[in-house]
Design a protein around this ligand. Structure first.
Ligand code: MOS
Length: 674
């Protein structure tokens, strides 16, 4: 199906948060801490306040009243304490954005009491601890059998440490908000968010308002990838600025500010141990993760969780250890957990295959579990083997050179690699309504279309459920006045919202002119099976022997993700994820400057996201999968699985091309030449 709002978007008519008009609007620009730890000693705002056009200055010198300080990232200006470089310490509200920014950068004299900071993640950090749980609610550690003994007795062993870099989401639309206080004290917030209700509830809590008194409007969102899943300070800034200035206010984070204020993927240090018999059947798997959070919040990424479900082995262990550092708070970035975790596990599987002299696809086939390894639950469906076989056929795996580092053409060494992919297939409770009038249908649900095509696929789902054509169905999303729905995250959107839409449409058909649905009970009944999507990632790389430059002429992803609801939208999700995986493999790394504790390369000139010139050929296909244990559509989420395993496939291809095993992402020319 064609993107319903596509024409609106390409003609510039689709409105994003910052673009909504408001009479006599004010603008706010945030000031960030230049120190990583300590406190604000004094704020002298006299120059800013006498600048023409400046309406107000916000800082901890005069804390604005809030309803809750529970979320330290949103409780702005409540304390002089500084927890990381880049934290918001003040803001200037003015008649124009330019005046606000100029006064913020030059009109404030802020002094600090600086304390020594600690920003380096390391495996011997004295503060490492075991978090109570990892995201979203998994146990930190799991295990069975004795890995050490199994490793000692194994015919083949692999013990290696892999690291992944700090990386940042860079949605095209920066985090932005327009806040409007209504005359009755209600608040309307036009916000860049992955979930109108989650955002509404968070904003209401911080401001001390009943949730019904806050309305979040977000029909179009220019990408999120996780960074707009939590309410960000721009929303609170806009509301406080509007209150201080007595008029609507707009807040937007600059690209540079986003790096400290909208989350990032934690760096990871991952030790993988694999033991196997002479035929490559795993007898031991251990995955021990070290990662970081800020001192303000505990965000424990679920990095080792994919290892709990991938391969059978009698002895197994997964652990997570967290260091709380003086750094910005990490958060969600496309496939948190699976993306970094599967880089390590699937690189290790490649290394084991080579050590065993077994083809890497064959090694995975030999270790395919009958049930989910750690839970013992049956899989609702698991077609990893079919993906590997179909991918091998399409990719031409048969003609692959058995030895690494032997195919040189001019200056380019050539190699291919494979890795498995996986992502959970979950859903959350949502509600929806459907109404009919004169043969036209209106479906309402507070879903979020963050560029995924949610509005379009929900229209298609509704039309199918109603037995009508999509042209007769209108779906309204992106507003907290619509029926409550879960946020766009965890690849759960379509499964969660679609379930509610189908039920509402079925109720409408039964009742005549209106139907409502609440999937709470259905979702609670989602037990008894291990539900995951699977995939196989293939990559071909060319490595310049003189410069170490890596080019990726071909990537192929084969996915088994239930029923694919729309080919165009699905392909876009898969190749988008794979492109992000290419970035993770070769390009993306945010460099932390230890003396200042700040991210150095905090813009798109220095933080290199894969662009058209980096992407030569990416193909995504899928296997039709019948799974009756998921939802009325039979679908699994596809927003994140495309990134999972992609970096391992590229790293494995780099090894095949060069004979060099790079265990630290990203794979830069310097690492290859070193
Ligand atoms: Mo996505 S990282 O689940 O918003």
């Amino acid at each position: 199906m064609k993107r319903i709002e596509g024409r609106e978007k390409v003609t510039g008519h689709a409105r994003y948060a910052y673009e909504y008009p408001a009479a006599d609007v004010a603008y706010v620009h945030a000031v960030q801490s230049p120190i990583a730890r300590g406190r604000v000693r004094s704020v002298d705002a006299s120059e800013a306040l006498t600048t023409a056009g400046v309406l107000a200055v916000l800082s901890s010198a005069d804390p604005p009243p809030l309803g809750s300080r529970d979320n330290p990232e949103l409780a702005l200006f409540q304390t002089p304490e500084i927890a990381y470089n880049g934290q918001i310490v003040a803001a200037v509200v003015a008649r124009t954005l330019e005046i606000a920014r100029e006064a913020a950068e030059h009109g404030l004299r802020i002094t600090y009491d600086e304390e020594p900071h600690d920003v380096r993640l390391r495996t011997d950090h004295p503060g490492l601890y075991r978090p109570e749980k990892v995201e979203p609610a998994f146990p930190s550690d799991t295990g069975r059998g004795d890995v050490e003994t199994a490793m000692r007795d194994a015919a083949l062993t692999l013990d290696a440490t892999y690291t992944t870099a700090t990386t940042h989401n860079n949605p095209m639309e920066p985090h932005a908000t327009l806040a409007v206080w209504e005359e009755n004290g209600d608040l309307t917030v036009y916000d860049a968010t992955q979930g109108a209700y989650a955002d509404r509830d968070a904003i209401a809590s911080v401001l001390g308002l009943a949730p019904e008194r806050v309305r979040v409007v977000a029909p179009h969102v220019g990408g999120g990838f996780g960074s707009k899943g939590h309410t960000r300070p721009n929303a609170i800034l806009a509301a406080l600025a509007a209150r201080a200035a007595g008029r609507p206010a707009k807040a937007v984070l600059t690209r540079q500010q986003m790096f400290a204020l909208t989350g990032y993927r934690t760096p990871t240090i991952q030790r993988i141990q694999l033991g196997a018999d002479a035929e490559g059947r795993l007898t031991a798997i251990a995955h021990d993760v070290v990662e970081q959070s800020s001192t303000l919040v505990e965000f424990a990424e679920q990095t080792a969780t994919p290892t709990r479900i991938m391969y059978a082995a009698p002895a197994r262990r997964t652990t997570h250890r967290l260091a709380r550092l003086d750094v910005p708070s990490p958060s969600w970035m496309r496939a948190p957990g699976e993306a970094p975790g599967m880089f390590a596990l699937e690189s290790a599987m490649d290394e084991l295959a080579i050590a065993a002299g077994i083809d890497p696809i064959e090694l995975r086939l030999r270790n395919e579990p009958r049930t989910e390894p750690e839970s013992g639950l049956p899989f609702s469906s698991r077609n990893l083997v079919a993906c590997l076989r179909e991918g091998a056929r399409r990719f031409g795996w048969e003609s692959r050179d058995p030895e690494p580092g032997i195919r040189l053409s001019g200056r380019w060494l050539t190699g291919t690699g494979v890795a498995a992919s996986t992502y959970p297939a979950r859903r959350l409770a949502s509600t929806a309504t459907a109404t009919a009038e004169d043969g036209e249908f209106l479906v309402r649900i507070a879903a979020a279309d963050i560029g995924t095509g949610a509005r379009t696929v929900l229209t298609k789902i509704a039309a199918e459920a109603l037995g009508t054509s999509a042209e007769r169905v209108r779906v309204e999303v992106g507003d907290s006045t619509l029926p409550r729905a879960s946020l766009a995250g965890g690849s759960m959107g379509t499964a969660s919202w679609g379930s509610a839409v189908v039920l509402a449409c079925e109720a409408l058909l039964k009742n005549g002119d209106t139907g409502t649905a609440d999937t709470t009970e259905d979702v609670e009944a989602d037990t008894g099976f291990a539900r995951h999507a699977f995939g196989a990632q293939f990559a071909e790389v060319h490595v310049d022997v003189d410069t170490g430059e890596v080019r990726v002429p071909r990537m192929l992803g084969v996915f088994a993700a239930g029923h694919i609801l729309d080919e165009t939208l699905a392909r876009s999700q898969f190749i988008g994820g794979m492109t992000m995986g290419l970035g993770m493999a070769l390009l993306e790394a945010t460099v932390l400057d230890e003396p200042s504790g700040s991210f150095l390369n905090h813009d798109l000139a220095q933080y290199h996201v894969a662009t058209c010139a980096d992407v030569l050929g990416i193909e995504a296909v899928w296997i039709e999968e019948e799974d009756p244990y998921l939802n009325p559509m039979g679908s699994k989420g596809i927003g994140e699985i495309g990134i999972v395993g992609a970096a391992a496939a590229i790293a494995n291809a780099v090894h095949h091309a060069t004979g060099r095993r790079i265990r630290d992402l990203p794979i830069t020319p310097a690492k290859l030449l070193g």
